[in-house]
Design a protein around this ligand. Structure first.
Ligand SMILES: Cc1cc2nc3c(=O)[nH]c(=O)nc-3n(C[C@H](O)[C@H](O)[C@H](O)COP(=O)(O)O)c2cc1C
Length: 206
C-alpha cells in the first residue's frame, strides 16, 4: 500500500516538474525577441529602439540666482493648452541640472536646420560657460537666454518636478511664446541630425 502511495507521489512530482519546464519554455517562447532579461541589454535595446523615434531638437536655457545653463533636448512635448504647459525631461547628472533646479525658470528654443553645430555644443561635454559663446542670444521675459532665429521660443516657469529613474520630469507653464514662420525643423533620428522635408503627395490615382 505504502509502495503504491510513494510511487504515485513520485509520478505526480515528475508530472509537475515536466509541466513547470513546459511553462518556462512557453514563457521564453512568448518573450518578444527585443525584450532582454539582462538590464544592460534591456537599456541598450531601449536606446536602439528610441533611435528610431524621430524628434525635434531644442535648446533649453535657464538663468537666475543659481546661474546660467543650457542643454540640448529632444524629450519635450506639449501637455495641455489650458494653461499652456510643456513637459521637459532632464538628466539629474547633467551639468545644467543644478541651475534649472535652483532657478525654476527656463526657455525652450526650437531649433531650425541651421542649428546643428549649436546643438552639438549644448549636447554635452562642453563647459556651461562656453556654450553661449556661439549663436545669437537675447533675453526672454523670464530672464532666460532666448535664441534669435529659433523656430519658436517658450518662456516658462517650472510648476512641478517629479523624479523618474535618472531623470526629472518638469512640468513648465508657458508665460510667453515667440514664433518665427518659415524655416525648416532640425530633427534627431538614427543618432544623427536631419532636416524636415514635406512628403511627396501621390496624385497618380486621382
Ligand atoms: C540630440 C540630443 C538630445 C538630447 N536630449 C536630452 C533630453 O531630452 N534631456 C536631457 O536631459 N538630456 C538630453 N541630451 C543630453 C544633454 O544635452 C546633455 O548633453 C547631457 O545632459 C550631459 O551634458 P553635460 O555635459 O552638460 O553634463 C540630449 C543630447 C542631444 C545631443
Amino acid at each position: 500500500m505504502y509502495k503504491i502511495l510513494a510511487a504515485s507521489i513520485f509520478i505526480n512530482i515528475l508530472v509537475m516538474q515536466k509541466n513547470s519546464a513546459n511553462l518556462d519554455t512557453l514563457r521564453l517562447a512568448v518573450q518578444p525577441a527585443s525584450f532582454e532579461i539582462d538590464s544592460i541589454t534591456r537599456r541598450q535595446s531601449f536606446r536602439n529602439a528610441m533611435s528610431r523615434l524621430a524628434a525635434g531638437v531644442n535648446i533649453v536655457t535657464t538663468d537666475g540666482l543659481a546661474g546660467r545653463a543650457g542643454f540640448a533636448a529632444t524629450a519635450i512635448c506639449s501637455v495641455t493648452d489650458t494653461p499652456p504647459t510643456l513637459l521637459v525631461c532632464l538628466n539629474r547628472n547633467s551639468s545644467a541640472f543644478a541651475a534649472v533646479n535652483g532657478n525654476r525658470t527656463l526657455c525652450v528654443n526650437v531649433l531650425d536646420d541651421s542649428h546643428a553645430d549649436l546643438c552639438r555644443l549644448f549636447g554635452g561635454g562642453t563647459p556651461l560657460t562656453q556654450r553661449f559663446s556661439s549663436g545669437a542670444w537675447g533675453v526672454g521675459d523670464g530672464g532666460c537666454p532666448r535664441l534669435d532665429g529659433a523656430l519658436a521660443s517658450f518662456d516658462c516657469r517650472i510648476t512641478s518636478m517629479t523624479s523618474c529613474g535618472t531623470h526629472v520630469v518638469l512640468l513648465c507653464e508657458v508665460n510667453t511664446v515667440i514664433t518665427h514662420e518659415g524655416g525648416s525643423a532640425l530633427i534627431y533620428f538614427a543618432r544623427g541630425y536631419h532636416t524636415l522635408a514635406a512628403c511627396q503627395t501621390d496624385t497618380s490615382s486621382s
